[in-house]
Design a protein around this ligand. Sequence first.
Ligand SMILES: Nc1ncnc2c1ncn2[C@@H]1O[C@H](COP(=O)(O)OP(=O)(O)O)[C@@H](O)[C@H]1O
Ligand SMILES: N[C@@H](CCC(=O)OP(=O)(O)O)C(=O)O
Length: 388
Amino acid sequence: MNSATDSHSAAAPDGVADSVIRQASRIIVKVGSSLVTNEGRGLDHAAIARWAAQISTLRTLGKEVVLVSSGAIAEGMLRLGFTARPTDIHELQACAAVGQMGLAQIYETSFRSHGVKTAQVLLTHADLADRERYLNARSTLTTLLRLHVVPIINENDTVVTDEIKFGDNDTLGALVANLIEADALVILTDQKGLYSADPRKDPSARLIARAQAGDDALEAMAGGAGSSIGRGGMLTKVLAARRAARSGAHTVIAWGREDNALVRLAHGEAIGTALTAPTARLTARRQWMVDHLHTAGELVLDAGAVQKLAREGKSLLPIGVSAVRGEFRRGALVGCVDADGREIARGLVNYTSAEVKRIMRHPSSEIEGILGYVEAPELVHRDNLVLL
Ligand SMILES: Nc1ncnc2c1ncn2[C@@H]1O[C@H](COP(=O)(O)OP(=O)(O)O)[C@@H](O)[C@H]1O
Ligand SMILES: N[C@@H](CCC(=O)OP(=O)(O)O)C(=O)O
């Protein structure tokens, strides 16, 4: 990187970055807390009106847009008179409930002035972890898009606790991109894009114009938390780009106050940081497995099993498992970890945790002798396995 807008070393080819949004027909736009609430000073009506105008223009260009908007807690805090973010979970949830009203109201009003209908969709992690609810959420969102509605999504903060939260809306944006197989995720934030270091701390930090999503070097640049209002900082944005890339979606990180940024991006202008998706799309079911933030348990693999899975694309047999963590039922989603605890794959297991404990380290031919029955010779069949 030699100059402020030079590309990163693992850069996407020239031209790709510029066409990321121009070629996308289904786009997720995520607007961060610090932007929506004007750094905690209350909902920024003028900025929200500008995004609504831009998204309405995108629709006239034939693009489907889903908006993921943060800001409920920050707005609720202001309305309820909290000067600092409450630590009590129920006070936070109360803030979210109050603030979400403000968000929904202002988006509805802003889009209505362009003749565009909006819908509020509040999601939790549990909604996306359960296959039936996941498919329901997908059908509802695609139906809304077919009916020319702009869905406005936030986390359903009032019903979730810290352990089961997405927490930041960058992750939620990426999961929604995967859910409806969007072509691109645009993350609007309070910086002009991803810099080589946090520009709040390092004035010599340079803007990264383009790179490949999932490049490890980006995570090092983005380390650390974000503004006092936002939750995730730049790291969750870089990780969101990695996640979105798994379904083939490209990510652009741009400054939310950049003049007409969304429309200019749609016309092919390179603005902010483009993190392009190098990978081919996963099948919908594998995508669903990857998108779980939690698994029901873990199978610890020996070196031979790691080799079989990662290099040879084989199924996981009981003989390659040396330990089991957690309690799970048949059909549960489990992580496959190596001896260092690194998750290398995940899949749907054919036996309960109690059964696995009895048959692990044994050849499949001994399953019947140990359990008295055989569900399948594999613990996890390769068709139900996804490598990470
Ligand atoms: N490498 C980086 N490039 C840009 N911003 C960074 C970087 N590392 C950390 N940051 C911080 O991340 C912040 C944006 O994250 P956050 O406040 O969570 O925004 P949002 O509310 O839009 O999600 C920036 O204000 C910046 O201080
Ligand atoms: N759901 C939360 C948003 C969490 C949050 O701040 O996320 P982010 O904008 O990614 O830093 C809210 O509406 O307050």
